[in-house]
Design a protein around this ligand. Structure first.
Ligand SMILES: [Cu+2]
Length: 138
């Protein structure tokens, strides 16, 4: 009888492991992605084109290799980058202001599929070219 109980427990555990495994695979979504982006005083992001699948956890390290303050925020494609402020950043997609020689690492979930932009909101920097494209795929 003890053996039967032990067998039943083992079967239940095995069933639970299988169920969790299957559930985990279907609910975990796309693999997380991470990027390191530099920004400098010539108003260049490198790289200036990023892509991630919708729903993926995106971790960005924004490294300011210049001397001026710079930032990195993700905004909708329809936002006017010349007048945008940090409040337009999509949820979590905001490096905050990063002083020269410093970096900021932050994470967010890639929004719905489509085209987005990232931009430095310091006055004059976007006009100088500090803008990049972020493509979210299905
Ligand atoms: Cu800047």
């Amino acid at each position: 009888m003890k053996h039967l109980i032990r067998l039943a427990v083992l079967l239940l555990v095995a069933a639970a492991v299988v169920a969790c495994g299957g559930g985990g695979n279907s609910s975990s979504g796309p693999a997380p992605v991470s990027f390191t982006v530099t920004g400098d005083d010539s108003f260049v992001y490198s790289p200036n084109q990023l892509s991630a699948p919708t729903g993926a956890q995106v971790t960005v390290t924004f490294r300011n290799i210049g001397g001026l303050d710079h930032n990195w925020i993700l905004v909708g494609n329809d936002v006017d980058v010349l007048t945008v402020t940090e409040t337009a950043a999509l949820a979590g997609a905001n490096a905050g202001m990063v002083t020269g020689g410093s970096e900021s690492t932050f994470s967010f979930f890639a929004p719905a599929a489509g085209n987005y932009k990232f931009v430095c909101t310091v006055a004059g920097h976007a006009a100088g070219g500090m803008v990049g494209t972020f493509t979210v795929t299905e």
